[in-house]
Design a binder for this molecule. Sequence first.
Ligand code: MN
Ligand code: MG
Length: 674
Amino acid sequence: MSKKLSLTLAASVLALGSLTAGAPAIAAGDYHDVAKEKAPKTVKGNGQSYKERIQEWKENGKPGKLKEVELQILGTSDLHTNFVNYDYYRDAKSNSLSLAKTGVLIEDAREKNDNTLLFDNGDLIQGTPFGGYKVSVDPLGKDELHPAFAALESLDFDATTLGNHEFNFGLDYLDNALEEAPFPVLNANVYDAKTGKNRFTPYTIMDKEVTDRKGKKHTIQVGVIGVVAPGIMEWDRANLEGKVIAKDAVETVEKFIPQVEKAGADVVVVLSHSGMGDEVHTVGEENVTYQLTEVDGVDAIITGHNHDVFPGSYSELANVDQENGTINGTPVVMPGKFGSHLGVIDLTLEPRGKTWRITNGEAELRAIDSTTDEVAEQVIEAVKETHEGTVEYIRSPVGETTAPINSYFSLVQDDPSVQIVNNAQLWYAEQQLAGTPNADLPLLSAAAPFKAGGRNGGDYYTNIETGEIAIKNVADLYVYDNTVFVLKLTGADLKEWLEMSAGQFKQIDPNATGEQTFINDNYRTYNFDVIDGVTYDIDITEPAKYDGEGAIVNEGAERIENLQYEGAAIDPNQEFLVVTNNYRASGNFPGVRNATETIDFAYENRQAIQDYIVEEGTIDPSADGNWQFAPVEGDPNLVFETSNAAKSLVEQESAIQYIEVTQNGFAKYGYTIQ
Ligand code: MN
Ligand code: MG
């Protein structure tokens, strides 16, 4: 279990093992196909073809010492209540997510290897309307098994850990769910604020019965430790403050390793609900999985939180081996999100006296097959009641809208589909910021048209009628899995942010007589941020200041005019808070990149919108008209394209005239700057 030993041995096994192709990225199925296509060549002696032998090695492990044991650790992470292959926001089947799909891969792995363990890495009970349904519609009973645990139990999971989102519904709810958990649910770095003792079960030791290559049975003791990003203290401050404290995840693992080893662990697995991070460790930081790969005694890591993939991403970090799925020699998996991938860690163990030595460790990801309907039926069965209740719930009206919400004209005027996102973001952030040092700063909100035609065609627009509004409409309003961020920046930064957004438009000549298109089709509409809470005009007779990458192309250009806060010209030095999403916050937008503070709420924008609709009951999404085009002197003949379906709406729009149907569901419209 010494890090150095396993590193050296891993290297030598790699050299020996090159014949097996060792390529974790190639699924066993590929070998089957090759074997079928070509007639096997007979190899001297044993009558077995070379390809057949490779096939056998692939299935049964490469030939090694007969006393060796191939222990396989399977892992999922960030399921976020996606158990059934169903997208609750779209109210439609989806084969690109769910544990029911991952379950197919789990069963497949177990057929090929008897020595498997299966862990989940947290963010389990929250994330879709399924999770909310068990909180507010059909609340979890005192002695009821949470359907999330029922789903995992149906596939015989061995243990899980707590993700940050497990704390979203409060400690009482979590405690109630944990009471019936059918397997250990671990966390080592959250402590009771009063007693200073571990609030949850920090680790477990599992006696895993395994079979060696000879078919002889042994028991291997597998220690499992769970940790969560200490950011829970900020993200769920209201639920956790004064009740628990969260300590640094690396220091916690370092503290527990000797205890776990003393308790007899032959192998130590860390379930790290912390993201990958980088080579530098700051105590208490959110993402520290990279550091955990360097902790002596850690033999395998299942990580997540970033909703990313490893092997796959993170090549920029030092000592990353994508082929073998190791970082600093330690096998690591980050299995995507929502059940998209199964993490597979293969450890080769060799008996040494009464204990076991790891002679090789590799990791790979297996993606679910989104092209078939094949699922592990037991998962569907385990959550049937909650799933059906949730579908009924998302279809039922949860509120009303007093105006239609559509995005047909979102690129030419302030628009209800953007307004409602900004309203919901403001509503959410205001509550979250209350009582913090930032509570008194002016709060603004940025959102952009997501469904605005373009390459997705003339039907790709939001269109919700006046009247009843259902949970599933939320997906129409917010199609991305973004999370809420708040940025602190100045009035000057705000202006540059808007100058960048104004790249959505082409420069027009106000005195030209011919038809002029003014929407820049090369600019992505999701980058056309409308910032609510301030008012401004966009002068499209000016050239754009920035190109699509945020580089200055016209130094002196100024499209943003009359930028005002509370009716007065904005003070370039005044500090503002702007609610936005992780995509914008981590991007390179002018202005945004000068932010002096970045607050991560680890909460989906879509969830915030859903909460807002439920809370408000009746929403008025009418746009407040906080931006408009600056008046022009001439009478230019401006045209743009939007859905042909918007034809019936132009009567109410004095600035817009229908011209003619074009192609792909679009039509041409005229626009008069007023
Ligand atoms: Mn997550
Ligand atoms: Mg507005």
